[in-house]
Write a protein that binds this ligand. Sequence first.
Ligand SMILES: Cc1ncc(COP(=O)(O)O)c(C=O)c1O
Length: 423
Amino acid sequence: MNEAQLLNTVLERQAPAVARCLSPLGRRAAFPQGIPFQASQAQDTEINACIGQLTDGAGDPLPLPGLQQATEQLDPKMAFLYSPQDGHESLRRAWAARQRRLSGTSVVDTALPMVVHGLTHGCSILANLFADPNTDVVVATPMWGNYRLIFELFTGARIKSYPFFREGRFNVAGLSETLQSVAGKAVIIFNFPHNPTGYTPQQEEIEAIVDTVVGHHGPAIALIDDAYHGLIYEPNLMRRSLFWELAERADPDKLCPMRLDGVTKELVFFGGRVGFISHPLMGEVQAALHAKLKCIARGTTNVPAGPSQALVLKALELPDLEDQIEQRTAVLKERYQRLKSELADLRSSKVRAWPFNSGAFALLEVDAAINAEQLRQNLIVEHSVGTVRIDGINALRLAYCSVATAAIPPLIRAIGDAVETFC
Ligand SMILES: Cc1ncc(COP(=O)(O)O)c(C=O)c1O
């Protein structure tokens, strides 16, 4: 048996849903026993001639002085030398501790999260591992457009979608009907707060989602994309990730939840490119799964970036990190509230805001008689206002996260005026 077959045997025994969801590439994947593997075995040797990186011969880096000065605050080894394939352990532990703190109480054990090059990279690794032309990817529409590239274009999986809303709430019936139409394996994507609607389901909706997903015949991977985790502005909404609810109730023969989160929005570090893959598989099966995840990461971007990891670790060690995040979230909340009140005052029968309560976005549906793309162009040319048209619906997305509170009234006025010129 080769290494990949050995890993598959472990997964088949201990995580049947994961084993049955593997793509052909996923079945072949095993972290090669090449340079990083052999270097980790030799890490305590006196004379270590394993890794192709310039050191002083005793394991410390020899950076350019200019770069060293620019990163003075950072741990030089972490910033300048190659990272382990799954990220620095200190960072993984610090992130896991924060996830735990924010999870409320959960009885579920989770493996140390694996560091990836932003959430997109994490999503792409999971797609490579689990999706192929025999996979249904179940996701509500409208959706983050990159899922199409990551799953459909690169792996040939079939996207099976259902409308996000039904009577102003998350469409659990649509999810259930779509799952019933899945004959083989599935990747079921959830992203709350949601891009592009800016909606997070309420407690009863979450419970219905969990009942539906754990009741599915499987095998399935539930991919919880927590890109906008924590951006909650209403008191009655759940802050805890759906990941925990699913991890607590998943039957490993049928379902495995995989979580994607990261610093992009949560730590307001868009340029940082640090994301994490987390899951509830422990022990031997964790090692088998990580060997596959690391194999795919190594064959795409290789190891994650050192300076970003060092910066994020510094942030996670700040005693007032959560206060700092809260201050930024308060800025977003103010913009959210102003947008809500401006939309309530907008007396146009041609524009309708979809429900939104969290995250960074709001969707405005425009009357069928008005072409959203033409409206978008008109807003740029006549009003100097930028918005995004969303595929599949006649609507514009407003990223109010990047509009100052004072600019929100003129933004909504411009949309009202532009709509009138089309009537
Ligand atoms: C739903 C969703 N998931 C993932 C991402 C990607 O995050 P990252 O920039 O970390 O790759 C985004 C970014 O816009 C997003 O909206």
